[in-house]
Design a binder for this molecule. Sequence first.
Ligand code: MLT
Length: 410
Amino acid sequence: MVHINDNFTKLPSAYLFSDIARKVEAFAASHPGEKIIRMGIGDVTRPICPAASEALHRATADESEAATFRGYGPEQGYGFLREAIAEGDYRSRGIEVSADEIFVSDGAKSDTGNIGDILASDTRVAMTDPVYPVYIDTNVMAGRAGTLGSDGRWSRIIYLPVTAGNGFVPSLPSERPDVIYLCFPNNPTGTVLTRSQLKVWVDYALREGSLILFDAAYEAFVSSPEVPRSIYEIEGARRVAIEFRSFSKTAGFTGLRCGYTVIPRELCGLAADGSEVSLHRLWLRRQTTKFNGASYLTQRAAEAIYSEEGRRQVAETIAYYKHNASTLLTSLREAGLEAYGGTDSPYIWLRTPDGMTSWGFFDMLLERCRVVGTPGCGFGPSGEGYLRLTAFATHEATAEAASRIAALRL
Ligand code: MLT
């Protein structure tokens, strides 16, 4: 028989959100007819905006006619979309990013998971804790995480706790990491770093020669002026950071699938012989080999959200979810619960009441409120004692969930 990649046997048996989905389906099956409000996985409920939908239809028509048909596209993404992104997300905001530094993909999950392909197998990795499980699980798969201790920590991962105790601002590590995963606005805590707090990390990476993998999937939810939407707003970041973005939460593309990664031209890594190698070149090599690009239809839909109409429509959707986040935050705090995030983010991070465990609170909300959250411990050891709720439901379901939880009088 074939030998498997043994690292997979070290992983928890199921991916966090698949595990929760299974539990909720079992609960729903044994409680037929009950209205369950799902605020677990960050999946959106608003449809894609009309501008994107119309572009999809036009692109379908293109694909249906010999004269306009497009087959394989460029692996890095069509120029029309990369130009729209460079202008719309960066240059128009005074940030230096060119179209050829952008790699369009089927989403930030794939890119944050695959980026490890271009890094050495013994790379020391640091990540905030709690964290988006993709970062940790893909490093386990690659054999970089070491062994899992009884405290829930992997021996080779450098943990950067973000908890109420440190105001959700990670401290610099005492041990030097080669790579640092940062996600802000943060998944799962919904908290943010200000420009000066992020600068501390960019300065550290410049000093120590570390690479920052900056996941900005939730940047569209930022409204506080002191909060950066891109790491490239910080001086020097082009020399130390890769940025990941997604259209999933921004424009309702969780089903369509589209995102992108920015790798500045000057960003380099070291080869075994000590020579400097462009990370842009390596990623391009990786993508051209393993990826045939996001679909033409999807990329035309993504392009449309940069039109004047598209921008306005997307802003309305973001405002819709931000309204939900505010409803949750206000009601849950009024009900005496300790709640964080939710201001520049679609996630609310709730402290479990009375020292309850994350899973205990998850079960309680499901059984007594028919509300699904995500247990904080699923995101890492520092997530124990918390639970995440998303703001992606409808206004009605959000208000109902908030009042059901408040009625528990915890
Ligand atoms: C989440 O719930 O954390 C996200 O939806 C997961 C994802 O984007 O893959």
